[in-house]
Design a protein around this ligand. Sequence first.
Ligand code: NDP
Length: 334
Amino acid sequence: TQSILLKQRPEKTPQNSDFEFKEEEVSTPKSNEVLLKSIYISVDPYLRGRMRDVESYIEPFQLNEPITSAIIAKVEKSEHENFKEGDYVLGHLAWKEYQVAKGENLRKVDPKQANLSAYLGILGMTGLTAYFGLTEIGAPKEGETVLVSGAAGAVGSTVGQIAKIYGCKTIGIAGSDEKIDLIKGKFNYDEGINYKTTDNMKEAISKAATNGIDVYYDNVGGEILDATLQNINRNGRVINCGAISQYNKDETATGPRVEGILIKKSVKMQGFTLQNDFGEKFNEGTKKLAQWLQEGKLNYEETIREGFEKVPQAFIDLFSGENKGKMVVKVAEE
Ligand code: NDP
């Protein structure tokens, strides 16, 4: 079976040559273990941070060891009482075609309730990130204006729709005209700004946000954050969810660089990590997302690549915005 290791730490944008495929034997599960076949592998921007050898909220990946991420897998053999052959599970697992894992860290998922890949996106990490970041930190109120960057991505496409459910006006920022059409259509955004074809983001935001910005859900950081702060309203809230525009840089730009704005306008800016800050509330969040999905109030999009050999490239493509919605790789038939 194949496994994908981190061969060297990426410099700037990750390359295929930073990864290595290795052939290995599959072992047999011992007591309380299961043998798993990977079906869907999640690739996520935060994995870039783990490829650096620096202290963070999560351990760095080790060189010549497999990358790990959220994976939906099928149980092939079970020595654990909670699982039987044919069950589907979600786990934080290694980028391997087959692997033996401890049963205690796996959660069963039901393919009859939702598409299996949805447990990696709308009903998984990115959906929960959108939900808790927006509702608990952003605390949007009816009639307010919510701006979202990375608006056509997994988190951002969900944030906009939840803000609409809360009765807000929504403006999304994304990197192509096709994505702007998508967010205004499928994800219900009122306005869209293509940051790649806009010279002056401060003005573009000001034009789209006739009443200013009350809540900014930031997935990208950098200059778009600066431009937003220049349009933020009194008592505005800024949710620092991610800063993908900075992930491949050696030196992070310092910020916020707009002198005194947070002070003068009493703006609250807060970061979070899903697991650390909202880990206890996942059931509540998942229930809410599932309910909205069922009621037809939430749409979601996935970019599904096929083949285990495509996993590194799918990850790399996140940084050039090749994905719409959640990027996942289907590595075996269900
Ligand atoms: P996405 O599905 O949004 O994929 C990444 C997107 O980022 C791309 O499609 C691309 O879209 C955009 N992008 C890439 N480079 C840049 C750039 N230089 N400037 C602006 N946009 C860029 O990923 P996720 O939804 O999984 O994650 C979104 C953000 O949320 C990330 O920053 C991630 O790290 C963060 N996150 C944080 C969590 C937390 O607990 N705090 C948990 C999960 C995610 P485009 O074409 O528009 O450029």
